[in-house]
Write a protein that binds this ligand. Structure first.
Ligand code: FES
Length: 165
């Protein structure tokens, strides 16, 4: 089956098996290695991508289901100011240990921060913890991740022009 979708802002067209997982198409056919294989049953969040801006686990999605949609991974956010600010906070807060969960964790937080800006999410520690509850960090860096996100949210006034675009 031929499937076309937007990957990190560019249209791609790829031949897939009808039952092929988006996780496999991204990693094995499209060279997207930031999307990690973990539990393969929707529990660890390591394979998270943004689908039309919403975090979803790519191990539970067939590639044929994303026909015509927008798929974003961290590779597509390299020059995005919000992504860069978030990555900087991660480094400052030592929020990365083995790094396996980091790309997925960052995508989830990226989507959460956009919702905060739109007034659809709160900014308490509990809100941040809830936002990342689907992303398992085997190294247990959650307190440092929450610290990084809280620090980023404190900089929201500086980031607002970026988020408006
Ligand atoms: Fe998809 Fe764990 S590999 S949620």
């Amino acid at each position: 089956v031929q499937v076309s979708f937007r990957l990190n802002g560019s249209w791609v067209s790829v031949e897939v098996e009808p039952g092929e997982l988006l996780l496999d198409t991204l990693r094995l056919k499209l060279g997207i290695r930031s999307v990690k294989r973990g539990c393969e049953r929707g529990e660890c969040g390591a394979c998270t991508v943004l689908l039309n801006g919403e975090p979803v686990v790519s191990c539970l999605l067939l590639t044929v289901q994303v026909e015509g949609m927008d798929v974003t991974t961290v590779e597509g956010l390299r020059s995005d100011p919000l992504f860069r600010a978030l990555a900087e906070e991660f480094v400052k807060s030592f929020s990365i240990q083995c790094g396996y969960c980091t790309p997925a964790m960052i995508l989830t937080i990226y989507a959460y921060v956009k919702k905060v800006y739109e007034g659809r999410k709160g900014i308490s520690t509990e809100d941040i913890a809830k936002a990342i509850e689907g992303n398992i960090c085997r190294c247990g860096t959650y307190p440092r991740v929450i610290k990084a996100v809280a620090s980023l949210l404190n900089k929201m006034p500086e980031l607002l022009p970026t988020l408006k675009s």
